[in-house]
Design a protein around this ligand. Structure first.
Ligand code: SAM
Ligand code: DTB
Ligand code: SF4
Length: 331
C-alpha cells in the first residue's frame, strides 16, 4: 500500500521537453499497472481523440535476400526462413495495392524494402512509387535501409512524408542482434531524414531477450531525440522459424502494454503504433494497448512477409471498441 502511494506521487519527469533519463523511464515501467495506465490515458487524452486510430498499410516492394544479419528478420540472407527472394515490384503493382488500401480505409501507405541501403537504380524506382502514391492523396512512408544525404533529398522532393527506420533496441543490446551495422549508422540516417524535412517513424521490437533497463534505454533514445519521432512503432517480436530469435521466450502480454504506455507518456504527441505481433495477440490485449495510448496500427492482411489480422477482423474490433479510422473522420 505504502509503496504504491510513493510510486504514484514520485515526480518521474518534469515535462515533455525535459530529457528523460533511463532511470526515470524504468521507474515508469515499475509503476503499479493501474497508475501507469492512468497516466498514459491522461497524456493521451490531452493530445488526441482516444477513439481515433490511424491506419497504415504496409507493402513489401522488394522482398528477401537482404545483406544485413538482423537476428529477428526472415528477410536476411544470413538466415534460412523460407522467404522467397522477389524482384522489385513495378509502379503499377504498388499503385494497385495503395488504391486497395485507401478503399479499405487506410490513410498511410508504407513501402518496405529488404535492403541495407538503396542503389541509384532502386531510388529512381522508389521515387516514382512515392509520387504515384502521394498522387492518390495518401500519406506516404518508406523503409529502405540506410540513406545518404542526396537520397533523403530525393525522397523529400518526391513527396515522401515519413521515413521508417527503427532503432529497434537499446544501444548496448544492439550488437547481440545485428552485427553488420551499428547503432550510430541508424542515428545518422535518422538525422539526415530530419534535416531533409521529412517526418520520422522510428521505434523498436520487444521480446528479443532484452532487459527492462534496455527497454527503457530504447525509449530514452527515442524520447530524447529533438524532436522525438512523429510515429513510434512498437513491435512484438514475430518469431520466425529459421531466424536466430525463433526460440525466444514469449513475453508477458502485459509487458507489451506497459511498453505502449511508457512510449505514450514520454512521447505525448507521437502516433504510437501497435505494430507487428497483433496476429498472435488476443483482442483484450489489443484493447489494453489502445487504453495505454496506442493510436495507430498496421492495417491489412500482411505485414512484410508475415501475417496480420485481416481487415474484416480489425473493422469488427474497431466497431466493438467504438473506435474509428483517422481517414474516415476527415472524409
Ligand atoms: N531493411 C530496412 C530496415 O531494416 O530498416 C526496412 C525493412 S525492415 C523489415 C523494418 C523493420 O521491421 C525492422 O527495423 C524491424 O523493426 C521490423 N521487423 C523485422 N522483422 C521483424 C520481426 N520478426 N518481428 C518484429 N519486427 C520485425
Ligand atoms: C515496423 O516497425 N514494423 C514493420 C514496418 N515497421 C516496416 C515491419 C514488421 C515486419 C514483421 C515481420 C515481417 O512481416 O517480415
Ligand atoms: Fe534487412 Fe531490414 Fe531485415 Fe535487417 S530488418 S535483414 S536490414 S530487411
Amino acid at each position: 500500500m505504502q509503496t504504491q502511494a510513493v510510486a504514484f506521487h514520485r515526480p518521474i519527469a518534469a515535462n515533455e521537453n525535459s530529457r528523460w533519463s533511463v532511470a526515470a523511464i524504468e521507474a515508469l515501467f515499475q509503476l503499479p499497472f493501474a497508475d501507469l495506465m492512468f497516466r498514459a490515458q491522461q497524456v493521451h487524452r490531452e493530445h488526441f481523440d482516444p477513439n481515433q486510430v490511424q491506419l497504415s498499410t504496409l507493402l513489401s516492394i522488394k522482398t528477401g535476400g537482404c545483406s544485413e544479419d538482423c537476428g529477428y528478420c526472415p528477410q536476411s540472407a544470413f538466415h534460412d526462413a523460407g522467404v522467397e527472394n522477389r524482384r522489385m515490384l513495378d509502379v503499377d503493382e504498388v499503385v494497385k495495392a495503395a488504391k486497395a488500401a485507401q478503399q479499405a480505409g487506410a490513410d498511410r501507405f508504407c513501402m518496405g524494402a529488404a535492403w541495407r541501403e538503396p542503389s541509384a537504380e532502386d531510388m529512381a524506382a522508389v521515387v516514382e512509387m512515392v509520387k504515384a502514391v502521394r498522387g492518390l492523396g495518401m500519406e506516404t512512408c518508406a523503409t529502405l535501409g540506410m540513406l545518404n544525404e542526396a537520397q533523403t533529398a530525393q525522397l523529400k522532393d518526391a513527396g515522401l512524408d515519413y521515413y521508417n527506420h527503427n532503432l529497434d533496441t537499446a544501444p548496448e543490446f544492439y550488437g547481440n542482434i545485428i552485427s553488420t551495422r551499428d547503432y550510430q549508422d541508424r542515428l545518422d540516417t535518422l538525422e539526415r531524414v530530419r534535416k531533409a524535412g521529412m517526418h520520422i517513424c522510428s521505434g523498436g521490437i520487444i521480446g528479443m531477450g532484452e532487459s527492462l533497463t534496455q527497454r527503457a534505454g530504447l525509449i530514452a533514445q527515442l524520447a530524447n531525440m529533438e524532436p522525438y519521432p512523429e510515429s513510434v512503432p512498437i513491435n512484438n517480436l514475430v518469431k520466425v522459424e529459421g531466424t536466430p530469435l525463433a526460440d525466444q521466450q514469449d513475453i508477458d502480454p502485459l509487458d507489451f502494454v506497459r511498453m505502449i504506455a511508457v512510449a505514450r507518456i514520454t512521447m505525448p504527441k507521437a502516433r504510437v503504433r501497435l505494430s507487428a505481433g497483433r496476429q498472435q495477440m488476443g483482442e483484450a490485449v489489443q484493447a489494453l494497448c489502445f487504453l495505454a495510448g496506442a493510436n495507430s496500427i498496421f492495417y491489412g492482411d500482411q505485414l512484410l512477409t508475415t501475417g496480420n489480422p485481416d481487415v474484416e477482423r480489425d473493422r469488427a474490433l474497431m466497431d466493438k471498441l467504438g473506435m474509428y479510422p483517422f481517414a474516415e473522420q476527415h472524409g
